[in-house]
Design a protein around this ligand. Sequence first.
Ligand code: ATP
Ligand code: MG
Length: 389
Amino acid sequence: MEVLYLIKIGELTLKKGNRAAFEKQLKFNIKRKLSGTDTRITIRKGRFFLEGNTDDKKRIEHTLATTPGIIGFTVAYRVSKDMNAIRRTALSIGKELTETGKGNTFKIESRRADKSFPLTSYEISAAVGEFLLDSIPDITVDVHNPRWIVSIEIRDYAYIYGAENKGVGGLPVGSAGKGMLLLSGGIDSPVAGYLMAKRGLRLDTVYFHAYPYTSDEALEKVKTLAEKLSLFTGGLNLFVVPFTDFQLLLNKKAREEEITLLMRAGMVIIADILAKKRNAGCLITGESLSQVASQTMESISYTGSNTSLPVFRPLIGMDKEWIIRTGKSIDTYETSILPFEDCCTIFSPKHPLVKPDRNKLNESFIRLDAQSVLEEAALKSERFFFRQS
Ligand code: ATP
Ligand code: MG
């Protein structure tokens, strides 16, 4: 008997012509996360298997549960196509499920891909079901609403498996290209990055740091968030941009109520420079419509006009509650709420513009004469790499 993992790939199965490229990317991503282990991924008839030495269950299962492109996975046992071996294996799975409190009603689901196997799928299920009923006390069959299911697939071998674990779903990171995420220390932007990674984007991230107005702790917090995000992306870069000179320029030259939006424009211009240097095809922010003054339709429209790249804002229609729940599920929320101030909160005006006039802001921005300051900040950015597996 061999222990392996069967991996379900969800949305990938909808791909037609370019499915092979998506599969190759997913295979590469899993392999990279499991480097150093003696495992391999094989794709047979559209099914993903993880085979080899599967003793390090904790690492393998953690990897499969956090790799975009996988909707579910399960430990499967591979035995010869022999009813005795199949019965014995199904029994040990059934025993484990009842002993771990999964409940007392069950069902056997069989699939006979190898039509030369002498029993039909119905006959396989009936024979194995009967064997389990005889061997495990107090269980009954419930074909409509079972508490647990043992699945049997007759292929090149017989594959038998029980409970399925959930993956994060989506598409393999890298299959959609690369995006530049504006990562603050807040709640929203890590969630935005996670969502876009799940749509297949590899991420580079950029943080604007106004030292000493924002503390070392604020920077450490962003590094922790980048590291947590890298669990899903298989590694990512963080560019830390020295933002103080631009902030001081704003404080000296800009009208107070315009500071927040002009600062946002500066961020977008620097992010645009870095994205183009890094071959990223879009910017990503954690903006959500009307959450704050700088995120009204008019404000977003102004800040977005400072780049020729598309700006992806996956949280635009999400409620804060949903964002917080998602932040908790990816373990970024607790870090996000640590109380270190962001550069925007420190310099932010008491009464920021809510419905800015775009032409007026464009003129104000030109008056700042900030291009060289922004370009220099981009040039002086420091790169950090994070990988968590
Ligand atoms: P977040 O929780 O992501 O910080 P927020 O609700 O606090 O968002 P803002 O502070 O207005 O909203 O920021 C809007 C977006 O601008 C953020 O989601 C992020 O993408 C980007 N951003 C803001 N501040 C920074 C920063 N210091 N460095 C990098 N990106 C930033
Ligand atoms: Mg913020």
